[in-house]
Write a protein of this length. Structure first.
Length: 317
């Protein structure tokens, strides 16, 4: 397609020459017929051979070497452009693959796509237009809303990690609860969401859970929460609306991560995270304070050398 044609169909302003676009690619791999995108000025400092870019208005003056489409959401619009160019994302056709195992009591909505070797337990409810990819397991009595995506090998509704130490051994506590997932939720590959011990583990509408995340029993996750890869959330935590948990963050049991707050990568949270705050470090604390402490810690070896030199004057007058 011509860049001007893409601009018209995407309803985006066009700057510069008209060029032929054959595909889309990241900046570092783009060829002379590819469309790419940039969201930060630093991205434009690397070598790039793309035919054209999609950039925000703030980068137009820095992208003078390329024809551009101007967008408030470059990453989203380059995806839309890919669809117009005939590219297709991974898909599962609506219907049930013949190797899937689905209990006869499960309720499956219209337009649901269930891939190979998926297992759906008894009394499960799955909303319309949801996609469940190969090898995923949804255990009994769990509920999944409409338009959700459950990626391969996710496990929803396994028993939680609940034991009591009695008479010298760990006794399992039965889990009678379930998992309830709202509409438009995405659950990444290999992620596990444990059923409640009593009551439900819940994930609110619009939340997105990355690959290899562990969500413990009775966790309550709000709406439009982002949870990045390898996060671990212990039992009975509350993650409020709009919060972001970056990769490998760990949340101790019974903690609350407040509305709109952010937990940085590899942060251990063992106290409440206030709404709207950014938490980082191990153990987690307010981000600015953590940066101050990290800066001081880096200076510690040199400071100790100075202390030792000072003390040596007293030891050897």
């Amino acid at each position: 397609m011509k860049l001007t044609e893409l601009a018209q169909q995407l309803d985006l302003p066009h700057r510069g020459a008209d060029v032929d676009i054959h595909g889309i690619a990241p900046l570092e791999n783009a060829s002379a017929t590819d469309l790419s995108f940039a969201e930060d000025r630093r991205w434009l400092k690397q070598p790039c051979h793309a035919a054209a870019l999609i950039v925000p208005q703030s980068l137009v003056e820095h992208a003078v070497h390329w024809p551009c489409l101007v967008s408030d959401q470059p990453a989203l619009d380059v995806g839309r452009a890919g669809l117009l160019l005939g590219l297709r994302p991974m898909q599962v056709a609506a219907g049930v693959h013949p190797t899937a195992v689905i209990d006869e009591t499960a309720q499956i909505g219209d337009g649901v796509a269930i891939g190979p070797r998926v297992v759906i337990g008894s009394q499960v409810v799955i909303g319309a237009d949801t996609i469940i990819h190969a090898g995923a397991i949804v255990h009994e009595r769990c509920e999944i809303g409409s338009r959700c995506i459950i990626h391969s090998n996710a496990v929803i509704g396994a028993d939680g990690y609940g034991f009591q130490f009695v008479a010298g051994q760990h006794q399992r506590i039965p889990h009678f609860g379930t998992v309830v997932i709202g509409d438009d939720v995405e659950v990444g590959a290999g992620t596990t969401i444990d059923r409640g011990r009593f009551g439900a583990t819940r994930i609110g509408t619009g939340s997105k859970v990355d690959n290899l995340v562990q969500i413990g029993h009775n966790v309550q996750i709000g709406r439009h929460v982002l949870i990045v890869a390898q996060v671990g959330i212990a039992g009975s935590c509350r993650i409020e609306d709009g919060a972001i948990l970056a990769g490998q963050a760990g949340i101790a049991p019974h903690m609350t991560v407040g509305k709109g707050s952010r937990v940085a990568a590899s942060t251990g949270v063992a106290t409440e995270v206030p709404a709207g705050k950014t938490w980082s470090g191990w153990w987690g604390q307010e981000h600015r304070r953590n940066l101050i402490e990290m800066s001081a810690l880096r200076k510690l070896p040199e400071f100790m050398k100075r202390v030792e030199a000072f003390l040596s004057r007293w030891d050897h007058p």
